[in-house]
Design a protein around this ligand. Structure first.
Ligand code: SF4
Ligand code: SF4
Length: 78
C-alpha cells in the first residue's frame, strides 16, 4: 500500500465478492454492507479512514485501496 493514503480510495469488485462478510465485520467505521445478492457495497465512503483492513482481510481481492488517478484512468478505458 502506498504511504500517502490521501489520494487513495476504496474500489469494490462485486463480481468477485462471495459475500463472506469478513470486511463488513472488520471495518472499524461500518462503511461496508452486503446487498440483497450478498455482494459488497461501499455504503458510507465519507466515513472511510483508509485503514486497509478490508483489503487485508478479503480472501477474494474484491475490495482494495487504489490511487484516485489510476481509478480515473481505468474508468476512462472501460
Ligand atoms: S479502508 Fe478501513 S475504514 Fe475504509 S472501508 Fe476498508 S476497513 Fe472500512
Ligand atoms: S471480504 Fe471480500 S469476499 Fe468477503 S464480503 Fe468482503 S469483499 Fe466480499
Amino acid at each position: 500500500m502506498a504511504a500517502n493514503k490521501k489520494n487513495m480510495r476504496i474500489v469494490t469488485k462485486p463480481d468477485w465478492c462471495k459475500g463472506c462478510n469478513i470486511c463488513v465485520t472488520f471495518c472499524p467505521k461500518q462503511c461496508l454492507e452486503l446487498d440483497n445478492r450478498d455482494k459488497i457495497v461501499f455504503a458510507r465512503p465519507d466515513d472511510c479512514i483508509k485503514c486497509g483492513q478490508c483489503e487485508m482481510r478479503c480472501p477474494d481481492f474484491a475490495i482494495f485501496l487504489a490511487e484516485e488517478e489510476r481509478i480515473r484512468e481505468s474508468e476512462k478505458s472501460e
